[in-house]
Unconditional design. Structure first.
Length: 255
């Protein structure tokens, strides 16, 4: 087990502190990132910077380098070069939301996938949580993080749209979550293409037109973008230009 210090007392810092303690690491912190940090790398094997992406370079620069310590960040989009002037660097990014310390602790201990890079100690610590490890090169980090953001943040935003539209017919978002769970399970079992169902998958333009006509104008662009994405997976894309989907209406829908 390793000696670890965490800087950043937010949701990620609290989640990692609790999870790492649970598997036997000696964890100091999480410390507030505004605390004096000059000696933060002293006396520990791993220093984790659990701070926002745009603050990592500043926080890393505030810490005096120590050859006995690996400095690591939790960003999905940044490479390890942001941790200069430290020579032993790493990163680990969990592919799971960490909404608070208790939920985050449990998720980090539940076989989550963690993207690792840099010093081998980082992979060793991530593996001690029971995580599935993947390696992402620095040059691929932005594309990797875009996929992660779509998988979590964009899905939540789409469910926000479900909540708004469902409210217009007197239903709560919870009424539709079983549908969402089943769709995600189908993706896991079958892959996205085989899991796709619905009007875009079968080229049912009349139904899509009725949807657009019924929706508030403010909701139509997002709906149309979703149809275009569905067409990327479906055979129906051979029958209509996806660029048309965002402007399709009851008057000009293909019959």
């Amino acid at each position: 087990m390793s000696s670890i210090r965490i800087v950043g007392a937010g949701r990620a810092g609290g989640s990692f502190a609790a999870a790492l303690r649970e598997v036997g690491h000696v964890v100091d912190g999480p410390l507030d990132r505004d605390a004096p940090l000059g000696a933060a790398a002293s006396g520990v094997e791993l220093l984790i910077l659990a701070v926002p992406d745009d603050e990592i370079d500043q926080v890393a620069a505030a810490v005096d380098p120590d050859e006995g310590c690996v400095v690591c960040h939790l960003s999905g989009s940044l490479g390890v070069d942001v941790l200069a002037p430290h020579t032993r660097r790493g990163s680990m990014h969990p592919l799971v939301p960490l909404p608070n310390a208790e939920i985050g602790r449990a998720r980090l201990r539940d076989g989550v996938t963690i993207a690792v890079a840099g010093d081998p100690l980082v992979a060793s610590v991530a593996a001690s949580l029971g995580a599935r490890l993947v390696e992402v090169a620095d040059g691929d980090r932005a594309r990797y993080h875009a996929a992660a953001s779509i998988a979590a943040n964009h899905v939540v935003a789409l469910l926000g749209q479900v909540e708004r539209i469902a409210a217009r017919v007197g239903l709560p978002v919870e009424a539709f979550l079983g549908l969402t769970r089943a769709a995600v399970e189908d993706v896991e079992r079958l892959g996205p293409r085989a899991a796709l169902t619905g009007p875009a998958a079968r080229g049912d333009w009349a139904t899509i037109a009725r949807h657009l006509e019924a929706l508030d104008p403010a909701e139509r662009a997002a709906y149309g973008a979703g149809v275009a994405l569905a067409l990327e997976l479906s055979d129906a894309q051979q029958t209509v230009d996806p660029a048309v989907v965002t402007t399709i209406s009851a008057a000009d829908a293909p019959k």
